[in-house]
Each structure stands twice: as structure tokens, then as C-alpha cells.
Design a protein around this ligand. Structure first.
Ligand code: NAD
Length: 247
């Protein structure tokens, strides 16, 4: 579905991002994954090479909250492959701090990575996509951008902003043949969820109409669809992959 497309995936070393990288490779894309540390990038690349040495995948670790570093990394991808067809902005952190325990620094930290870093990656990539005649951007939102969150206001705030960036840029960039969409996962069994005690997972699962958390691979399938030509008329969409969870 993605034969010979060139994709950049941020937060591609584990969890949902790693599954996206793997599915993109399985579907014929060439992938550059961005991670936060060289060791985790190397470990992810080693795991992928172990699964299929023919996959064309490399990795980098620009500081995503530094506009200059991100631009340099994006330009390096363009230099290597001559184009960028798909940008997946997936790296993100969450917070559950009660309002009165927040510090300004903690709030800034989540906005810097979950919101501003998207802008930093999108800007140089869109310049490349405009020049080449099109492309596609997929951002990782969350179900909390529908329901809000009981504690940790920074996280839903950041994901509402992700939806705002997505829907607005879809309108601005449509004429340039650049589609912009988001995937909004529900509770997904990444490291974070896997580390929870079994009874906690059971309690959360009881509130999910499908009766269980999602698997990263199930979320990654939505990223494949949205990046593929099957979604050629889909833009400005926030696609929920959450088992209809509303908690
Ligand atoms: P994860 O913690 O397993 O992965 C997060 C990724 O982001 C990692 O690859 C990590 O290296 C990267 N990252 C974190 N901080 C970074 C930094 N400062 N600089 C660069 N990279 C950094 O989490 P995940 O569950 O796979 O989350 C991926 C995305 O999905 C996030 O945007 C998250 O908000 C969103 N999401 C997750 C869930 C869930 O239940 N797991 C639900 C809704 C949305």
C-alpha cells in the first residue's frame, strides 16, 4: 500500500510509533524513524533488521523541541531520498498531575513536545511536499481530545491543539495536494499500559465497549490507511481507534 513512499515517523522507537514504522516497512515504504536517544534508535533498528534485513529503515535523534535541529533532520531525509511523502508526528508524553500541583515548567514541557514540536516538523516538511507536488501528514491525537481528562489538564489541552493543527492545515494545504489527518487512539497496550497491574487493566477494560485495550498494531493500521492512496479523499479527519471508549 505504500510502495517506495518515504516516511518520517517521530517517536518511532517503541509503542504505537514502532508499530507504525513496522507496518509502513511491511507495506513497502522507506522509513526514517526519529527517537529521543541514540541507544533506543539503535535498539529499534537492530530489532527491525532482525525481522527483515531487506527493510530500508534508518534512524535519527534530533531534539524535537528544537526547531533548528528538527529542520536539519528533515532536510537530511530530503537529501538522502530526494523527497518526503509521509510525516507521522507521533512522539508524545502524557501527564496526570492535579491542577494545583502543576508547575508552569511541567505545563510548558508537554506543550513543547506534544504541540510545538509538531509545528517544527511540519514547517520544513511542507516546504518539501509543496515543491514535490504533494504529501501526507498524520498526527497522533488521543481520545482525551473528545472527552477531556479528570486530572492532568496539559495532556488533553495538547491533544485538542493537535486536532486544531490537523483540521486547519488540511484546509490550508488541500490545494497543494497535502492531506493532513490525525489518529486518536484510546487506551493502547504500549509499555505504559503493560506496566499497570492486571486488576487496573481489568478495571479500565470494563469501561471500554470492546472490553479490552487496543493493541499498537491495531492503531498502526489506521496510520497505514491514512497514508495510503485508499485515503486519497480523506483529509482534515481525526480518526478514533478507541473501541468507542468515553472515559
Ligand atoms: P510510548 O511512551 O510507548 O512512546 C512515546 C514515543 O515518544 C517514544 O518513541 C519516545 O521515544 C517518544 N518521545 C517521548 N518523549 C520524547 C522527547 N522528549 N523527544 C523525542 N521523542 C520523545 O507511548 P505511546 O503510547 O506509543 O504514545 C505514542 C503517541 O500516542 C503519543 O503521542 C501519545 O500521546 C499517543 N496516545 C497514546 C495512548 C496510549 O494509551 N498508549 C492513547 C492515546 C494517545
Amino acid at each position: 500500500m505504500l510502495k517506495d513512499k518515504v516516511a518520517v515517523v517521530t517517536g518511532g522507537t517503541r509503542g504505537i510509533g514502532f508499530s507504525v514504522v513496522k507496518k509502513y516497512l511491511q507495506n513497502g515504504a522507506k522509513v526514517v524513524l526519529f527517537g529521543s536517544r541514540q541507544e533506543t534508535v539503535d535498539a529499534a533498528l537492530a530489532q527491525l533488521a532482525g525481522e527483515n534485513p531487506a527493510w530500508e529503515v534508518t534512524g535519527m535523534c534530533p531534539k524535537l523541541t528544537d526547531a533548528g535541529e528538527v529542520e536539519k533532520a528533515i532536510l537530511a531525509v530530503k537529501e538522502k531520498y530526494g523527497r518526503i511523502d509521509i510525516l507521522v508526528n507521533n512522539a508524545g508524553i502524557s501527564q496526570s498531575t492535579p491542577l494545583c500541583d502543576y508547575t508552569a515548567e511541567e505545563f510548558d514541557k508537554i506543550i513543547d513536545l506534544n504541540v510545538k514540536a509538531l509545528f517544527y516538523a511540519i514547517l520544513p516538511t511542507v516546504r518539501i511536499m509543496k515543491e514535490q507536488g504533494g504529501g501526507c501528514i498524520i498526527n497522533t491525537s488521543s481520545m482525551v481530545a473528545i472527552s477531556g481528562q479528570q486530572s492532568g489538564v496539559g495532556y488533553p489541552t495538547s491533544k485538542f491543539a493537535v486536532n486544531g493543527i490537523t483540521i486547519s492545515l488540511a484546509r490550508e494545504l488541500g490545494r497543494d495536494h497535502i492531506r493532513v489527518n490525525a489518529v486518536a487512539p484510546g487506551v493502547t497496550r504500549t509499555d505504559m499500559v503493560a506496566a499497570l497491574p492486571a486488576d487496573t487493566v481489568q478495571r479500565i477494560s470494563a469501561q471500554i465497549p470492546l472490553g479490552r485495550p487496543g493493541e499498537p498494531e491495531e492503531v498502526a493500521d489506521a496510520f497505514v490507511f491514512l497514508a495510503s492512496d485508499m485515503a486519497s479523499y480523506v483529509t482534515g479527519e481525526v480518526l478514533s481507534v478507541d473501541g468507542a471508549t468515553r472515559i
